[in-house]
Design a protein around this ligand. Structure first.
Ligand SMILES: C[S@@+](CC[C@H](N)C(=O)[O-])C[C@H]1O[C@@H](n2cnc3c(N)ncnc32)[C@H](O)[C@@H]1O
Length: 292
């Protein structure tokens, strides 16, 4: 039984926010500066023999993951978005510049509060207008009443895109099942789609660790900090992913995260040769799930 204190997972949001600052993702540099990302990063590295070299891997992967979701939402043409475990990504602030979108960002209470403080500083520094189409709610994905309260902003007659990145990896199989059932309930009510890069297999994790040993050390540091065993919580193989979600009433489609629909900019900032892009391609898939 994994540790039930989910707030132990929240600092990982700061780690991802640290990686995103090396990209051109909107507000990523502001967030990293305001939350003192460097300190969080150094604290995590303490006592490990990780070197900043691993940034060259982690930053482009974080950028691809973020941008592949934005591309997928746009491809689906859905303008109501429920983001679960949104951390400090501020994708809602970026997307709601377009008034067509209604965006509900959710995460656990502590990180949601921190995000709102950061957001109000960014809004005032950049004189951003108030967004009538952006909402924040404290939501534990395992608690349907909390989700239910967050989705009250959506038009019932319009489909919803439910998204998350970097959440399912931390959940046990039974927690994944509860979360999937909750998302099924949302999609059954509104229609729409579930988009996520989060379903990873043990083989993928092994391959990634093998390709760069620094990433394996990072995974160990994260496991220690969150008390969540990411390797054992991963799916055994692709067949298990397909069986798991079809048993819960979903149709699934898998596509690569890096599909040419956006530019990866962190590589240039970190001085990684463009030719190395092939090394990143193994990483990521994005899953599209619909209620059957
Ligand atoms: C690796 S971070 C990813 C954050 C964000 N999606 C990003 O990419 O920056 C994992 C996030 O999962 C959130 N989380 C952990 N357990 C959760 C739960 N039971 N319900 C909702 N969010 C949860 C944490 O608070 C944290 O923000």
């Amino acid at each position: 039984m994994p540790n039930q204190d989910y707030s132990k997972i929240s600092p990982t949001a700061k780690l991802v926010a640290y990686f995103r600052q090396f990209s051109d993702i909107p507000f990523a540099a502001d967030v990293a500066a305001l939350m003192h990302a460097e300190d969080v990063f150094n604290e995590l590295l303490q006592g490990t023999d990780l070197t900043p070299e691993f940034l060259k891997w982690a930053a482009p992967l974080a950028e691809a993951r973020y941008k592949s979701i934005v591309s997928a939402i746009k491809r689906e043409g859905i303008t109501q978005v429920l983001e679960l475990a949104s951390g400090l990504s501020l994708r809602g602030l970026a997307m709601t510049e377009d008034p067509e979108y209604t965006y509900v960002e959710t995460d656990l209470p502590g990180i949601t509060e921190e995000k709102q403080q950061i957001l109000s500083i960014i809004k005032s520094n950049q004189a951003l207008r108030e967004r009538q189409n952006l909402f924040f709610h404290a939501v534990n994905i395992l608690e349907f009443p909390q989700i239910s309260s967050a989705i009250r902003h959506f038009e019932p007659s319009h489909p919803v895109a439910v998204i998350h990145e970097g959440l399912f990896q931390y959940l046990s199989m039974s927690e994944k099942e509860t979360a999937a059932r909750n998302i099924h309930s949302v999609l059954s009510r509104f229609g729409g789609v579930w988009l996520t890069p989060d379903f990873e297999t043990k083989a993928e994790l092994e391959r990634r660790s093998h390709t760069h040993s620094q990433l394996q050390k990072l995974a160990q540091a994260v496991t220690g900090a969150t008390q969540r065993d990411i390797y054992n919580a991963a799916f055994d193989n692709q067949e298990q992913i397909a069986d798991f979600f079809s048993r819960l009433g979903f149709k699934l489609r898998i596509s690569p995260q890096i599909d040419g629909s956006y530019q990866l900019t962190a590589m240039q900032k970190l001085g990684i040769p463009e030719a190395n892009i092939k090394n990143y391609k193994f990483n990521g898939n994005i899953w599209t799930l619909r209620v059957e």
